[in-house]
Design a protein around this ligand. Sequence first.
Ligand SMILES: NC(=O)c1ccc[n+]([C@@H]2O[C@H](COP(=O)([O-])OP(=O)(O)OC[C@H]3O[C@@H](n4cnc5c(N)ncnc54)[C@H](OP(=O)(O)O)[C@@H]3O)[C@@H](O)[C@H]2O)c1
Length: 285
Amino acid sequence: MKVLLTGANGQVGRALQACMPNGTDLIALDRLHLDVTDQLDVQRIVDERQPDWIINAAAYTAVDRAEDDASAAQLLNADAVSFLAEAAAGCGARLAQISTDFVFDGQSELAYKPADRRGPLSVYGSTKMAGEDAAGAEALIVRTSWVYAAGHANFVTTMLRLMKERDGLRVVSDQIGAPTYAGSLAKVIWELVKGGKRGVFHYCDAGEASWYDFAVAIQEEALAIGLLDRSIPITAICSEEYPTPAKRPKFSRLDCSATSEALGRGFPDWRDNLRVMLKQEQALG
Ligand SMILES: NC(=O)c1ccc[n+]([C@@H]2O[C@H](COP(=O)([O-])OP(=O)(O)OC[C@H]3O[C@@H](n4cnc5c(N)ncnc54)[C@H](OP(=O)(O)O)[C@@H]3O)[C@@H](O)[C@H]2O)c1
């Protein structure tokens, strides 16, 4: 199976390369080697390489910046997906597109199922929703949430830095979701690709947390392995006390039961995966 991977240097792009299944002919291209917003380049490279699958891990992921940069977010998160979908269709390839819990409005009290009504609250969420539509009916769409990996800028690495620099932290406790380790997400994406799946699938690590719960767990687990050497007070605050340019869903837990059924297995707990990632972060120094 020949797979063209875009956005190869991102958290998910790197994780996909790290757990590529045996027998995969992987062409992993970062932004420098394939700018997915350049339709001619997308078409040329897909024509040249003739992949069986394109996995699009490129995205505009700066949720707050997108509020003032909507046209760039639209170009990367939606228009580029239509370029990839068109190029894929032209050579009989399948497209795997990664999407987000931020396509939902967070008003539900139950974990969101793949077919639930979407209602994004932010430019990022709207452009990712447009990207899902641009990917087309034949595409595999994997929605995920709160992604982190060692060696990248994300909530975990930001918290670790702030926990070293500051004497206390205030973290939002009224947004509930599920932290997701990029390594586990990548394995699921490969399994879905290998299974030839189409349609929308949800994947996040098992369990749920608020950002406050996540921050407390990061500190506890980092202290336990000596990645941090002192504990600081972490205070739970509400979203109104930490205004951000982009509105975020209050509840964005994804129901992954259909994915679990399709793959015939359960998924790791977010806190177990956090321990795995912190050890990797420690090893990176
Ligand atoms: N991070 C999250 O919490 C989260 C949550 C839910 C869903 N997702 C989705 O998961 C997917 C992967 O996210 P991630 O966390 O891996 O994001 P990431 O670390 O920000 O990676 C995105 C990658 O896209 C690349 N890129 C930017 N513009 C590009 C262009 N024009 N052409 C080609 N590549 C370009 C970036 O390159 P540079 O490194 O050069 O900037 C970066 O390597 C995205 O679809 C995202 O929406 C992420």
